[in-house]
Design a protein around this ligand. Structure first.
Ligand code: NAD
Length: 481
């Protein structure tokens, strides 16, 4: 089914776009057009920022509400999102190729859980604190909302990554202009419908589907007070430069090339750890920023680890995203498939041995599919071990002792996720503490709404989720009394 929208959700209304340009997302499983929406232009961004600005500047609209009242509105929005769960699953997977089983886990339920978590924080957090001063008198510390937020999101988890920004911003009292990625715009319309049904006041949430130039215009807009971005490291650097010039607060969640460290005592029983390995190494067709795509194996168990990952990757069901059995769907775009294939060719030319996958599946004549692929025989200097591929490609690298494993894990331009696999969780946590990364799991990995998520080095600046994620949408004011 192809869906068509003709207006933009700005200022609580469905308004005519400023131009007749359109975005037509393509279903990567079928190569058919999935729908059509207006492509926002600079004039539409101006309208969105104006609406957000007016809503923010009038405290009676949202920013000046008691936090508990905002929490109630957020709870209503969570209910409206849940009521649209099936449609969200369908729209996300038909645009970016996320298997419906994965979308059902992470693109519905999870975003509303994040929203409810921040509704709870809004209702229970202290937004004003009084403490005794060192030099006499009291000090009042106030947590004001930072203002109008520009939220720029990618296509890989469009709803979850929107909510990582939207939920804390709403809890803090901010208003937003959200710019979805052109690949995933139809789910953003469902979000707009939910916002309207939940009675979120006009202008608090505005949505402008557009590409990178219009995104750059939004980031630099004089009416914007804070930028929250998830996407590639290259775009993140450009946005950070712009925000640096403007002295505009910015949160950046960027790329990754994390390590899955298999310790010498790990049990590689796939029946037991298969689901955890899947979530932490190949989730969403390998198009997930935190994946441990460098598998570090003790030298004396190298062949066994290669064999286990080969069996694991080779056993995954590849197919159309709409099929409930599918574990690995297509790459989100033809360009993304080309990129993944060029990395596979590079891995081969640098001497890598492919133990499973390495090409397109023979039985699917449509769609941007790549088989899950495992490389053996490469070290950490290989291009496929250093650069983010953003596809279902793992490289198994050998190490000599735990110090060497930690050294290799840290020998990366990135530091976002990672895992340690061991039969001794205490030892696993000790190793995890030595890895230069924003988040890491022992025998499991999934970003938890209650804990800060984000990266070090080329993986970004700042944190989303947890109380720390709320602080990113607040500015402090101190009053000496
Ligand atoms: P991208 O950086 O090309 O685009 C992301 C979003 O930013 C899109 O909405 C795009 O239109 C917009 N954009 C691009 N350049 C911009 C600019 N200069 N100014 C303003 N907006 C701009 O990335 P992508 O291809 O959509 O997503 C894949 C990348 O995102 C991967 O590198 C992945 O690791 C990263 N990612 C990171 C996280 C995380 O939390 N760290 C999560 C998901 C994806």
């Amino acid at each position: 089914m192809s869906l068509t929208y003709e207006s933009l959700f700005i200022g609580g209304e469905w308004v005519a776009p400023s131009s007749d340009k359109v975005i037509t997302p393509v279903n990567p499983s079928t190569e058919q057009v999935a729908g059509q929406v207006p492509e926002a232009q600079e004039a539409d961004v101006d309208a969105g920022v104006d609406a957000a600005r007016r809503a923010f500047d009038d405290p009676s609209v949202w920013s000046g509400w008691e936090p508990a009242r905002r929490a109630q509105a957020m709870e209503r929005l969570a209910e409206e999102l849940d009521a649209r769960a099936d449609a969200f699953v369908e729209r996300v997977s038909s645009q970016n190729g996320m298997p419906v089983a994965v979308a059902r886990q992470l693109e519905v339920g999870y975003p509303s859980a994040v929203l409810r978590y921040y509704a709870g924080l809004a209702a229970t957090s202290e937004f004003t604190e009084v403490r005794p001063g060192m030099f006499g008198g009291d000090i009042e510390v106030r947590r004001h909302p930072v203002g109008v937020v520009a939220a720029v999101v990618p296509w890989n988890f469009p709803q979850a990554l929107t909510m990582f920004k939207l939920a804390p911003a709403l809890a803090a009292g901010c208003t937003l202009v959200i710019k979805p990625s052109p690949e995933t715009v139809l789910d953003a319309y469902l979000l707009a419908e939910a916002v309207e049904a939940a009675g979120i006041p006009a202008g608090v949430i505005n949505i402008v589907p557009a590409g990178r130039e219009v995104g750059a215009y939004l980031v630099a807009h004089r009416g914007v007070d804070k930028v929250a971005f998830t996407g590639s490291t290259a775009a993140g650097r450009a946005i950070a430069e712009q925000c640096g010039r403007l002295l505009r607060p910015v949160t950046l969640e960027l790329g990754g090339k994390s390590a899955a460290i298999v310790l010498d005592d790990a049990q590689l029983d796939l029946a037991e750890i298969g689901q955890g390995l899947f979530t932490s190494t190949l989730l969403n067709n390998g198009q997930t920023c935190f994946l441990g795509t460098r598998v570090l194996a003790p030298r004396n168990r190298y062949d066994e680890v290669v064999e286990a990952f080969t069996a694991f990757a080779g056993s995954l069901a590849v197919g159309p995203a709409s099929s409930p059995e599918t574990q690995i769907g297509p790459m989100a775009t033809a360009r993304q498939r080309d990129r993944v294939e060029s990395y596979i060719a590079k891995g081969r030319s640098e001497g890598g041995r492919i133990t499973t996958g390495g090409s397109r599946p023979g039985d699917l004549d449509r769609g941007y599919f790549v088989q899950p692929t495992v490389f053996a025989g490469l070290d950490n200097n290989a291009t496929v071990a250093q650069e983010e591929i953003f596809g279902p490609v793992l490289t198994v690298i050998s190490y000599d002792g735990v110090d060497d494993a930690v050294r290799i894990a840290n020998d990366s331009d990135f530091g976002l996720g990672g895992t340690v696999w061991t039969s001794d969780p205490g030892r696993g946590a000790e190793v995890a503490r030595r890895v230069q990364t924003g988040t890491i799991g022992v025998n499991r990995y999934i970003p938890d709404p209650a804990a800060p998520f984000g990266g070090v080095k080329g993986s970004g600046l700042g944190r989303e989720l947890g109380p720390e994620g709320l602080a990113a949408y607040q500015q402090l004011q101190t009053i000496y009394r």
